[in-house]
Design a protein around this ligand. Structure first.
Ligand SMILES: [Mg+2]
Length: 315
């Protein structure tokens, strides 16, 4: 599923006081409130994608590619990994999820609504005047939102603050920061990465949506990021590359992150932007665009029929 710890490499790279990754055989910290099976998670991911399309159509603006590409990660997090309780969203012991790439919030809102944090009917108020579901997440209004997002590159710093607070308060929760690859062009990201590595913030998991696009093109054309894995390792992070659409790999990587006790973990989730809707997949043009009526109808048909493999009772 994911590479075993590169003990020999660490041995060469690390100071003598920290020669190799210390790994617990099983996660020892928080446990999720609900754990859906892989099959259930697959179905949930499709439902989340459908909600995203419906929300964007209703709003008439917003981002399509990122939310669709991260639907599997969100399904795994909110329905298998996170220790959260929609009936007690401010429980001090809950896991925290900071969405740094705030523009993909339709998938965050969809996951929260499907998990029971607020009524699903509210999803259709996305980007409306007075709605709690604005174009970027706003802390303090909607249950389940842990941080305000929008200005790119700031989420990792916020997540580090939360993770440090847990250490100071002697609490055991996990903090997850979800960011994008294009966002790595923000300098603050690397300051935060350096800080977390130096301070061995082990209850921090940084999931990077490696979809290779950003609003104006392909990341490697705009500002090359590779070799990304080696860069993060050089900052003293434990790094796992995964297929961001393989639910088992997502869950295994997050459990591995919990088991690593002496350094922060970065999960590079290789995803397909627009995943699930053929005419959106791999196209950076859909980064910041919402579907029109015709496009939304085609997208929903594709999602309902799993690309024509099954008949839909909704057709
Ligand atoms: Mg991207």
């Amino acid at each position: 599923m994911f590479p075993k710890p590169r003990v020999k490499l660490y041995y060469k790279m690390m100071p003598t006081t920290l020669k190799f990754a210390i790994i617990h055989p099983m996660p020892t910290k928080s446990a999720p409130t609900t754990q859906k099976s892989l099959h259930e998670l697959e179905e949930i991911a499709v439902e989340l994608r459908k909600s995203v399309i419906e929300m964007l159509l209703e709003a008439g603006s917003g981002h399509s590619a990122g939310p669709l590409g991260m639907a599997d990660v969100f399904a795994a997090l909110y329905f298998n990994i996170l220790n959260i309780n929609p009936n007690n969203p401010t429980d001090p012991t809950r896991d925290r999820l900071v969405l740094s790439s705030g523009h993909i919030c339709p998938i965050l809102y969809a996951a929260l609504a499907h998990a029971g944090f607020f009524p699903k009917s509210e999803l259709k108020t996305l980007r409306k005047l007075g709605s709690r579901l604005q174009g970027h997440p706003h802390f303090g209004e909607l249950p389940g939102i842990e941080a305000t997002g929008g200005p790119l590159g700031q989420g990792l710093s916020q997540a580090i603050g939360m993770a440090l607070a847990s250490r100071l308060n002697n609490q055991k929760y996990e903090v997850y920061c979800l960011g994008s690859d294009g966002e790595l062009q923000e300098g603050q990201t690397w300051e935060a990465a350096m800080f977390a590595g130096k301070n061995r913030i082990a209850n921090l998991t940084w999931i990077i949506d490696r979809n290779n696009i950003q609003i104006e093109g392909y990341t490697e054309d705009v500002m090359p990021l590779e070799p990304l894995r080696e860069k993060l390792e050089a900052f003293n992070w434990y790094v796992i590359d995964i297929d961001g659409h393989n639910l088992e790999e997502i869950i295994d990587a997050c459990n591995m992150s919990k088991a690593i006790v002496e350094r922060p973990t970065a999960i590079i989730a290789h995803t397909i932007p627009g995943k699930g809707v053929d005419f959106m997949e791999y196209k950076f043009e859909w980064h910041g665009k919402a579907p029109n009526d015709k496009e939304a109808k085609a997208a929903l048909h594709e999602l309902r029929t799993l690309k024509g493999r099954i008949e839909s009772e909704h057709e």
